[in-house]
Design a protein around this ligand. Structure first.
Ligand code: NAP
Length: 321
């Protein structure tokens, strides 16, 4: 259930909380939107309405260790202590250094029995990008490319045309919706004037955008600059960009660029997942290859994680290691 809120909670993790009385769920709450109350608080709010419950017999279960710091909301640990619940079961310790272990300690110091790590793997799986960011100190990087049947990115001479089908393009909207940031390069914006927002039929915190370009001034009428926060940077060191303050709160980034920038990311080993949409369309001799001998994909040690048809195209997901 908590994962239902992944598009509105991001870049926060998805978190759910339940209160059990013996084997019965009597309250539940979720972190529904970024900046809004945490799951534990939403759950305890329901408990407040149930006046006749013996609090010390109740157990609070939550996906992640409750927070113990003032962020956008006050610490959840204070609310739990105030509630009188004496048993807390945690899916996974919060990897965020602002929390990690301190929420557990505070509750234990206040006479609460804490059981931790009971669903560690599941909590990590539903919050893959969040855990990655705290372990690796940079956002998870997905590179998405659309390729013609003959391995080309675009027609060097031609005007902009779609390579892949509408089904694939709709799938890309979902990929955008789950990432915190979309990144592209100067040529792509100049040539294609893409919007690069998530056009989906459900509420989503729109990804922020980064444009990598040495061009000093940009016409703000390009679609790219509309509908989300953006940053233009002339920094060419990609590792530095991944650690920039603009990305401080971001757990995931999706690179949607042409061959030059995509290959720069690959050469710098800055790709955790590569998503290729391969169409049946051939571009021919005027097409620009995605990969050449010196940067052939198999050099990077990617392994295929999934490979299936999507409309008339093939969607292939590869991961490093
Ligand atoms: N098939 C697809 O999935 C797909 C997706 C996106 C784009 N495209 C096509 O790709 C074409 C453009 O491809 P592209 O590779 O020339 O352009 P790109 O995606 O715009 O990337 C290259 C540009 O990024 C900027 N840049 C900044 N730091 C860089 C770095 N470290 N390494 C490389 N570039 C850096 C530069 O912009 P400045 O020149 O402004 O300094 C450079 O010209 C477009 O015309 C579009 O049609 C295809």
């Amino acid at each position: 259930m908590a994962a239902n809120f992944k598009y509105t909670a991001k870049p926060n993790p998805v978190v759910g909380a339940l209160i059990l009385e013996r084997d019965q769920i009597i309250c539940e709450g979720f972190h529904e939107r970024y900046g809004g109350p945490h799951a534990e608080v939403n759950c305890l709010e329901q408990l407040e309405k149930l006046r006749n419950k013996q609090r010390e017999n109740l157990t609070l279960l939550c996906t992640l260790e409750p927070c113990n710091h003032f962020g956008k909301t006050p610490p959840c640990t204070d609310e739990i202590i105030k509630s009188g619940v004496k048993n807390v079961v945690i899916g996974s310790v919060d990897p965020n250094p602002k929390v990690s272990g301190s929420g557990i300690k505070k509750m234990q110091e206040n006479g609460i029995k804490v059981t931790q790590g009971v669903l560690d793997e599941e909590a990590r799986k539903i919050n893959e990008y969040f855990f990655f960011k705290h372990a690796d100190n940079r956002p998870f990087i997905t590179i998405k490319i659309a390729s013609s049947k003959d391995g080309k990115s675009h027609d060097a001479k031609g005007s902009t045309t779609w390579i892949t089908s509408e089904d694939s393009r709709n799938d890309v909207q979902l990929l955008r919706a789950e990432h915190d940031v979309i990144l592209t390069g100067g040529n792509t914006v100049r040539n294609d004037n893409p919007r690069m927002n998530a056009r989906v039929n459900f509420p989503v915190n729109q990804p922020k955008k980064i444009l990598l370009s040495s061009q000093e001034t940009w016409d703000m009428n390009f679609h790219f600059f509309k509908n989300a926060d953006f940053e233009i940077t002339n920094e060419t060191d990609l590792s530095k960009i991944m650690r920039s303050s603009f990305l401080k709160e971001s757990n995931s980034i999706m690179v949607e660029a042409g061959p030059k920038l995509v290959n720069a990311f690959l050469k710098n080993r800055l790709c955790d997942r590569l998503v290729i949409y391969k169409s049946q369309v051939e571009i021919g001799n005027d097409g620009v290859n995605w990969f050449e001998n010196d940067n052939a994909l198999d050099k990077y040690g990617f392994k295929i994680k999934s490979n299936y048809t999507i409309g008339p195209d093939i969607k292939m997901v590869l991961e490093n290691g």
